[in-house]
Design a protein around this ligand. Sequence first.
Ligand SMILES: Cc1cc2nc3c(=O)[nH]c(=O)nc-3n(C[C@H](O)[C@H](O)[C@H](O)COP(=O)(O)OP(=O)(O)OC[C@H]3O[C@@H](n4cnc5c(N)ncnc54)[C@H](O)[C@@H]3O)c2cc1C
Length: 385
Amino acid sequence: MNAVSDPVTGRVGHVKSEERVDLLVVGAGIVGLAHAHAAQRRGLRVHVIERDDRAVGASSRNFGHICLTAQTGRAHDFGAAGRSTWLELARDAGFRAEEAGTVVVARSDDEFAVLHEFAATRHGDVEILQPGEVEARIPSGGSVVGGAWLPADLRVDPRGAAAAIAAWLERTRRVSFSWNTSLLDVVDGGARTSRGPIEATDVVVCVGHDVDRIFPDVADAAGVERCRLHMLQVENPTGRPVHPAVLSGLSLLRYSGFSSCPSAARVRERVRAERPELLDCAMNLMLTELPDGTLAIGDTHHDARTHLPYADEQYDELLLAEAASLLGTRRLTVRSRWRGVYAAADGEFMIAAPTSTARIVTVTSGIGMTTAFGLAEQVLDDLVS
Ligand SMILES: Cc1cc2nc3c(=O)[nH]c(=O)nc-3n(C[C@H](O)[C@H](O)[C@H](O)COP(=O)(O)OP(=O)(O)OC[C@H]3O[C@@H](n4cnc5c(N)ncnc54)[C@H](O)[C@@H]3O)c2cc1C
């Protein structure tokens, strides 16, 4: 550890980086770790700072669903490019990642029509399932009309992956970390932090939804808000493992690959007429199995710059009822509840260049786990000469 004095405050601080690094990464969520991983693979010396003593942001509060098939455009390309990195890192860093695929359950004809339209655009990537084939893959309620099988999707351990990747990167000795260290400002030749300055050739700021805390004008220009989600961990009541990730008809309104299909409008109209409360909270009913066999269920979506702290119980109750119906059970037993937050804006990605040697990188929709590794490679191609 070396002592360095801050040129602005004169304050002496301590950072673990003992010499100028090639890349300073701010934020040890999945987007920051993906940049650190891509940079160390290019032979660069990397230092990561994280304001908490472990990353507890969006990257440890999600489903762990590497949901690449349902994406379009850049998001699909980033997801496809990063798939093998997830599998390699799981093996090397020692966390669970499974080639589990996704089952999308259709419980009405209009939902099944969307899946047929989607499958027609994705030759070989999507298989249409009849009701019995859905039942064979996952436990589900009786009202299944059909489904789709997306074999390329992965399921990773959402609670363990980021910490395992950080520990593994540190073991490579090309990446060092300063925990409990906050970025204050990006300056020429590096950054000012709460523990003093760090010299770096390039800086990548990956602070997720907190980008407005440091770069309010950049966040304003992109219209970044905080999307708050209700999530629950429940016991699996079915007596059968739920190996694939499970999406529902409401997911057809969420992911661009589905929502761009002509029949998606009919699904939305029907849900608006029959169950407006599901649209009011923008529910994307889905679930994934956690490593201990319990299920992560969610989610609801509310956007605001600043959220009030009071969590409305009605959303948890709605989620529990809908998930129970999807699984064909009457009641679910809750093990834990949490609120997730991610950055939300009109586009899916916000990449800004406050200086020629710095980038601010934020995934501005709920697909950072899917896209981070592909995204990071593209950012570094542009930033690092
Ligand atoms: C409930 C929920 C479910 C989701 N499900 C999925 C899913 O299944 N699949 C998928 O692809 N995506 C999913 N997402 C989205 C995905 O989790 C996010 O897009 C992704 O984790 C964002 O990663 P990040 O690194 O940008 O942000 P974060 O994980 O929030 O990390 C940002 C880090 O920056 C740190 N930081 C902030 N300010 C500073 C500072 N000044 N100095 C130093 N450090 C700072 C924070 O402490 C934090 O650790 C979900 C999100 C939520 C909330």
